[in-house]
Design a protein around this ligand. Structure first.
Ligand code: GUN
Ligand code: FE
Length: 455
């Protein structure tokens, strides 16, 4: 297939490439075979590239191709609670909203409904890869992996571990052994359905330090070493949580040290939030090669704090964006881009003048940054020969007078035809939504589309 028309992707943290007349050739395995710019005639492109003379052409008009988004932290099991958080903050939010909902997902039929809807929803927002938390239940965690594999969404799927009395008795691991053996069972299952980890991979998931004993954490660290699996958890999200960790782990130097001692800080570790870290903690995380998921919508919604992303970037940490549903109120990484920009501007207005993030920077975090966080930077995140075609087709049109039952109307962005490609991208970031995402591919497979496109 040849994808014809404008394409946009990050070339560095601060730069986007805006190619007006592109042609990207994707072979039958979903890998990019060529990328051409300034194309005048697609027939010339076909003739020039071996194996593409008979290629199918998918053309984008009034828009552009953009790499699929990477959601580096979200809870599929909290999807029904999206938007429900009231006035709570982290520790009472968990008890009031989160544990009751997650525990109900032991039920296969409910999990089937919730998880398949969430995968549809995230795909519709252009998320081609997600790092998911499920629940403590192995059968339904495995079901989430089945759904991602069959729908074609790349995913890291984690069985949540928690064995302390922070969690209610009805929703808790009964022992350290159970946390370990259930984690192992889920890893084995996910590896059995996708042995090469092309689409789905397991991820070891201690919920966060307060919900695990130090023995439980160490067992999971050893399991990560033994299996080579990814790890995800939460860190320094809110101040009372940091205080709680200090009291629960009195011999540890810091929150970061709790994970480090347990062997949980590796280059395959995703740490969500990282709002309230000290300088030495940041240095340790960097030294271990662990990655950060920035979740600005959640951090504001449950009033956890403003993550100092500029400072973390300056320290050289690898950062992606996470929706953190349902601490976060949106399944959209595009929304998360805006929220990251807003939080950085609030920081700029209050204290840290040079903290403002640019459109280019947040789009980098949403794609290449996220790819590095989930360990897929060699495969996805941008458009180069040898990378896989994980992409979304973005279309922008004005709202038609009198509505548009069948007509052209895509999203909350009005464009009139005289905008440059750069202006279109800026407008999309600030006022676009899932209506603009009219088609989504993972490894060349069409995984989502809206009715009238590519019919
Ligand atoms: N910390 C421990 N569990 C959670 C969770 O489910 N969501 C968020 N945002 N933080 C957590
Ligand atoms: Fe979370």
């Amino acid at each position: 297939t040849i994808y014809l028309g404008s394409f946009v992707h990050s070339t560095s943290l601060s730069e986007l490439e805006l190619a007006d007349k592109g042609a990207i050739g994707v072979d039958e395995t979903g890998v990019i075979a060529f990328v051409e710019r300034a194309v005048e005639n697609v027939e010339d492109v076909k003739a020039k590239n071996e194996g593409f003379t008979e290629a199918n052409v998918v053309e984008v008009k009034d828009g552009f191709f953009f790499p699929g988004f990477i959601d580096t932290h979200t809870h599929a099991s909290q999807h029904p609670n999206t938007g429900l958080f009231g006035q709570t903050t982290l520790l009472d939010w968990l008890q009031t909203y989160t544990f009751p909902m997650e525990s109900s997902l032991s039920e296969l039929s409910k999990a089937q409904t919730v998880y398949s809807n969430f995968v549809s929803r995230t795909l519709s927002h252009g998320t081609t890869t997600a790092a998911y938390y499920a629940t403590i239940h192995v059968p339904t965690t495995n079901l989430l992996a089945d759904i991602c594999l069959s729908r074609g969404q790349r995913a890291l799927v984690g069985r949540v571990c928690m064995n302390t009395d922070l969690s209610p008795e009805y929703y808790r691991d009964v022992s350290e052994e159970q946390a370990l053996s259930d984690s192992r069972a889920s890893i084995d299952y996910i590896r059995s359905i996708d042995p090469k980890g092309e689409i789905v991979q397991p991820i070891i998931t201690p919920r966060f330090a307060p919900s695990c004993t130090s023995t439980c954490l160490s067992h999971l660290g050893a399991l990560a070493k033994e299996t080579g699996a990814h790890i995800q958890t939460h860190i320094a999200e809110n101040k009372p949580e940091v205080v709680l960790v200090a009291s629960l782990f009195p011999t540890s130097k810091s929150y970061t040290d709790v994970y480090d001692t347990a062997g949980l800080l590796t280059p395959k570790t995703i740490l969500a939030h990282a709002v309230h870290l000290s300088g030495p903690e940041i240095s340790t995380i960097k030294a271990r090669g662990a990655k950060i998921s920035h979740c600005p919508a959640s951090n504001t919604a449950i009033t956890s704090g403003c993550c100092p992303v500029r400072e973390l970037l300056d320290e050289g940490l690898t950062i992606g964006l996470g929706t953190d549903v349902s601490g976060g109120f949106s399944p959209s990484i595009l929304e998360e881009c805006r929220q990251a920009i807003w939080v950085s501007r609030f920081r700029a207005m209050s204290s840290a003048e040079n903290s403002k993030l640019s459109t280019e920077e947040v789009l980098y975090l949403a794609t290449r940054g996220g790819a590095a966080v989930v360990g897929l930077e060699d495969r996805v995140g941008g458009f180069e020969v040898g990378k896989e075609w994980d992409a979304q087709m973005i279309v922008l049109n004005p709202v038609p007078e009198g509505g548009a039952p069948e007509g052209k109307f895509e999203g909350g962005v009005d464009v009139f035809g005289f905008e440059t490609l750069e202006e279109r991208v800026q407008k999309w970031v600030y006022s676009g939504d899932d209506r603009n995402t009219v088609a989504v591919w993972v490894r060349g497979r069409l995984v989502h589309r809206t009715g009238k496109y590519l019919a």
